[in-house]
Design a binder for this molecule. Structure first.
Ligand SMILES: NC(=O)c1ccc[n+]([C@@H]2O[C@H](COP(=O)([O-])OP(=O)(O)OC[C@H]3O[C@@H](n4cnc5c(N)ncnc54)[C@H](O)[C@@H]3O)[C@@H](O)[C@H]2O)c1
Ligand SMILES: O=c1ccn([C@@H]2O[C@H](COP(=O)(O)OP(=O)(O)O[C@H]3O[C@H](CO)[C@@H](O)[C@H](O)[C@H]3O)[C@@H](O)[C@H]2O)c(=O)[nH]1
Length: 449
């Protein structure tokens, strides 16, 4: 099939590349010339495992093209995917500016009957607006159909997820439109759920809201566990072994971040308000997450009194491992709080440092490896559970720091391992380790700054 994809971000690029991989002829369109220039050379502008190989392969096979000229990609396309951003507006709702512009672009440039498929996460009713805008701008007697085909990929495993998804949701007004999308997706061999457009739009928000709820729930249990002396790792394991609950998304930590959960939970609250529904549960999920983001910093404040003048190592900057995405990363709030406190921050991330430099305070310094980040530091904060950080941070802290102290926002280590290497260790939902042994000497250390 001849397919156009508008937007080459995490979703558009992965979708375009994977559709080409299963045999479709795909043109990806983006307004960002620099991005398209890179893409044409086979260089993905994002870090995503396995994407570069598939991209180059499909460019070579002439099944995948990139352009900034909408007409080039749209005039001949039978199916057009919209995968532009839907960022959070000032009032929390989804900003649909890019969606409306993409719909206008489609209307102005298509030259045949077209099926417009929305992959972007959009509020209920948006697909009908897209249809209206496209119809208002088409320059011929072309039939316009729309479909909601929400995307469930996770950053860091986006290619894998596209070929191994749990379901493909197809929301359409007609059986014909659904049949076209089923045919396109047939090679992926993933179960298809056909629904109305509105239900498909709701499935995406409900899925993200539910996963965010699981995280805030386990973080609340973690806070409680700390107070009553339970261990959240054991608690989450025991809870998750119940198949009705499931073990995934029960990792307590410094809260959820990223390009989706924060904005999509806020957007769903706004969607609810528009129909006069007070979504109390989701509002609490958001509040708990906001509080969770500050817990590690508060613990450190309690431990030291002040962090003024201290050299603090931040390990892991991306919002999660295996991505260079800094959107709503916990490191942003932490770096801001530490800098405001007067701490000297030295940061390390295996992949996200270039992106981090654009959003972290200017005073933050960057180390080229874990060892350099921690060797002169008084305290280490772990914010992203990269494999490399999990493997090295504890050992290196015990070897290279004078009095090793770690605040771990991702529970990377067991209590036993930290006890063994004599590291003073604070995590989430578990009691502190080696706290008393060196507490007093460190208090004196803090007082000397
Ligand atoms: N990132 C994820 O993991 C993920 C997963 C599932 C769903 N989603 C949803 O998918 C959508 C896209 O997310 P993303 O992270 O890929 O966005 P992104 O911001 O990384 O990329 C969007 C791209 O669209 C381009 N663009 C904007 N307007 C355009 C236009 N008129 N014509 C051509 N290109 C245009 C931008 O230049 C940009 O490159 C959002 O609605 C998001 O909520 C994202
Ligand atoms: O047990 C957990 C699991 C995740 N997180 C955090 O939650 C955030 C989101 O993680 P994850 O869901 O793995 O990453 P995303 O790439 O943001 O993917 C989510 O958001 C996408 C965009 O809508 C959806 O497509 C995916 O299905 C959905 O998982 C990150 O900050 C994680 O650190 C936790 O704190 N504890």
């Amino acid at each position: 099939m001849k397919i156009a994809v508008i937007g080459t971000g995490y979703v558009g690029l992965v979708t375009g590349v994977c559709l080409a991989e299963v045999g479709h002829h795909v043109t990806c369109i983006d307004i960002n010339e620099e991005k398209v220039e890179k893409l044409r050379k086979g260089i993905p502008p994002i870090y995503e495992k396995g994407l570069d190989v598939l991209m180059i392969d499909n460019i070579d096979r002439n099944r995948l093209k990139f352009t900034t000229v909408h007409k080039e990609g749209l005039s001949d396309a039978e199916v057009v995917y919209i995968a532009v951003g839907t960022p959070q507006s000032a009032d929390g709702s989804a900003d649909l500016t890019y969606i409306y512009q993409a719909a206008k672009d489609i209307g102005e440039h298509v030259n045949r009957d077209v099926l417009v498929v929305t992959k972007s996460t959009v509020p209920l009713g948006t697909n009908f607006q897209v249809k209206e805008i496209v119809e208002d701008h088409v320059k011929g007697p072309f039939k316009v159909e729309v479909a909601s085909n929400p995307e469930f990929l996770r950053e860091g495993s986006a290619v894998y997820d596209t070929f191994n998804g749990d379901r493909i949701v197809i929301g359409t007004e007609t059986e014909e439109a659904a049949a076209i999308l089923e045919k396109i997706n047939e090679p992926f061999d993933i179960p298809v759920l056909k629904t109305s457009i509105t239900s498909a739009e709701m499935i995406k928000y409900a899925s993200n809201a539910f996963l965010a709820t699981k995280i805030s729930f386990i973080n609340e249990i973690a806070s409680l566990s700390e107070k009553v002396g339970a261990d959240i790792s054991d608690v989450a394991k025991g809870v998750g072994q119940d198949h009705r609950i499931g073990s995934q998304f029960l990792n307590a930590g410094i809260g959820y971040g990223g390009s989706c959960f924060p904005k999509d939970t806020q957007a769903l609250v706004r969607i609810s308000e528009e129909v006069e529904h007070d979504f109390k549960l989701l509002k609490s999920v958001i509040d708990v997450n906001a509080r969770q983001k500050t817990t590690l910093f508060e613990k450190a404040k309690k431990r030291f009194g002040t962090l003024k003048g201290m050299r603090v190592a931040l390990l892991g900057l991306a919002f999660k491992p295996e991505t260079d995405d800094m959107r709503e990363a916990a490191s942003i709030e932490m770096a801001n709080a530490l800098t405001a406190e007067g701490a000297e921050v030295i940061a390390y991330d295996p992949i996200a440092m270039e992106n981090a430099k654009k959003v972290l305070p200017e005073s933050v310094q960057y180390a080229e490896n874990i060892e350099n980040a921690i060797k002169d530091a008084t305290v280490v904060f772990i914010l992203t559970d990269w494999k490399e950080i999990k493997e090295k941070a504890l050992l290196f802290s015990s070897l290279f720091m004078k009095k090793p102290i770690i605040f771990d926002g991702r529970n990377c280590y067991s209590q036993e391992e930290t006890e063994k290497v004599q590291v003073e260790y604070y995590s989430v939902g578990r009691s502190a380790v080696n706290e008393r042994a060196i507490h007093d000497s460190n208090k004196q250390l803090a007082a000397s700054f």
